[in-house]
Design a protein around this ligand. Structure first.
Ligand SMILES: Nc1nc2c(ncn2[C@@H]2O[C@H](COP(=O)(O)OP(=O)(O)OP(=O)(O)O)[C@@H](O)[C@H]2O)c(=O)[nH]1
Ligand SMILES: [Mg+2]
Ligand SMILES: [Zn+2]
Length: 354
């Protein structure tokens, strides 16, 4: 096996050249556990730990390894154990705002080519949530695809209704309806998967992410679980992020279901996810039109005459407002962190002088 088969391409090769770490080995982070990692290179997958330097220099959890990262490592004990010294730059990231009020990001995965956003046809289908995931993928520079799982649970009519609801919401990302149960649509998913590319499964708990992974692997390698009948909610069966290499060479990252994708804290990605609105906005009288109160706003007139769905318009405004608010708070936080860093530095200097 070569590093290329694990997704190491010209982009990373260039970053490697530009770095001053030519003496190091390079390996891909395939599993993130609570206290350690698994990293994989051409020959093997081994347990790895963080170098102290990396651990202590990390300002936030986004500076630490996440699944999919390429890392500079040193091997020990006849190559059975590794220390992660540093990370190569990330080509793409999936990240979300941390839960609660804290202003920070939580990494989901990195160096992803395609994000499979999965919703099940029964209780889970929700356009507004889909829009949030799309913004997250676009923000991270990742191609999104929509997977509608459990198509066996609804009639053909209902399935058609769901798909046309996606279309009429102007969401134009590729959509595949499938069933792990009957196998319908699986061939379409298999056709999408390319050797050497990395795919990430995203979606609520219980929608069937791990079941799909097991099917694609051809065996029950990972645990899945029944969902509660009452509300169709899963119980978070998958608890860690893990990169699996399929026999045909594509890499698939399974993630624990996200209970909720609240404020996603993006800085970009909204315009790409609302191209219909961007297109309408070209006709607005003012270049800096906010589409909320201005005269000659073609976006608002499209809502009025029914060309643009009101709920989609509201969803756009809401995501934009959240994102602006979050960007401000994040910039503020980084400023404070830096100030604190400077304070510690000068305190240390003072201390040394004495
Ligand atoms: N009817 C039906 N059930 C399915 C399908 N896919 C998965 N299931 C069932 O849904 C339940 C949850 O599946 P999982 O694969 O564990 O779901 P998950 O998305 O990995 O959930 P988390 O790991 O908690 O995020 C299991 O009981 C599966 O058997 C499907 O296509 N049709
Ligand atoms: Mg799972
Ligand atoms: Zn406007």
């Amino acid at each position: 096996m070569e590093l290329q088969t694990l997704g190491f391409n010209d982009w990373f090769q260039q970053k490697l050249k530009e770095s001053d770490k030519s003496g190091y080995n390079v390996a891909r982070v395939t599993t993130v556990n609570r206290d350690n990692y698994l990293v994989r290179n051409e020959t093997s997958e081994v347990l790895a730990e963080l170098a102290g330097k990396l651990m202590f220099s990390a300002e936030s959890s986004i500076d630490l390894p996440t699944v999919g990262d390429w890392a500079f490592v040193q091997y020990y004990n006849s190559d059975t154990f590794a220390i992660i010294d540093d990370l190569l730059p990330r080509k793409s990231v999936l990240r979300r705002k941390t839960a609660g009020k804290k202003v920070d990001y939580q990494m989901i995965a990195s160096n992803i080519d395609v994000a499979f956003i999965m919703q099940s046809c029964d209780f889970n289908f929700n356009l507004r949530r889909l829009e949030r995931y799309l913004v997250m993928a676009n923000d991270g520079n990742i191609k999104p695809m929509f997977l509608l799982s459990k198509s066996d649970l609804v009639s053909e009519e209902v399935l058609e209704q769901i798909i046309s609801a996606v279309r009429s919401a102007n969401i134009n990302c590729e959509t595949i309806a499938f069933s792990n149960e009957t196998g319908s649509g699986l061939a379409q998913i298999q056709q999408v998967l390319e050797a050497g590319k990395t795919y990430c499964l995203l979606g609520s708990s219980g929608v069937g992410k791990t079941t799909l992974l097991n099917l694609l692997m051809g065996r029950d390698a990972f645990e899945t679980n029944l969902v509660r009948e009452k509300d169709g909610k899963g119980k978070h069966t998958t608890t860690r992020r893990q990169l699996t290499i399929l026999d045909q060479g594509a890499m698939l990252i399974d993630t624990p279901g996200m209970r909720e994708l609240g404020n996603i804290g993006v800085s970009t990605g909204i315009d790409e996810s609302f191209t219909d609105i961007m297109k309408l906005a070209e006709g607005c009288r003012f270049n800096d039109c906010t589409h909320t109160s201005e005269a000659g706003c073609t976006v608002m007139s499209a809502v009025q005459n029914g060309d643009l769905n009101e709920a989609r318009y509201q969803s756009y405004l809401k995501l934009r407002k959240e994102s602006e608010h979050y960007e401000l708070s994040y910039a503020e936080k980084r400023k404070k962190d830096r100030k604190f860093g400077q304070f510690i530095k000068s305190a240390k200097k003072q201390f040394k002088k004495k």
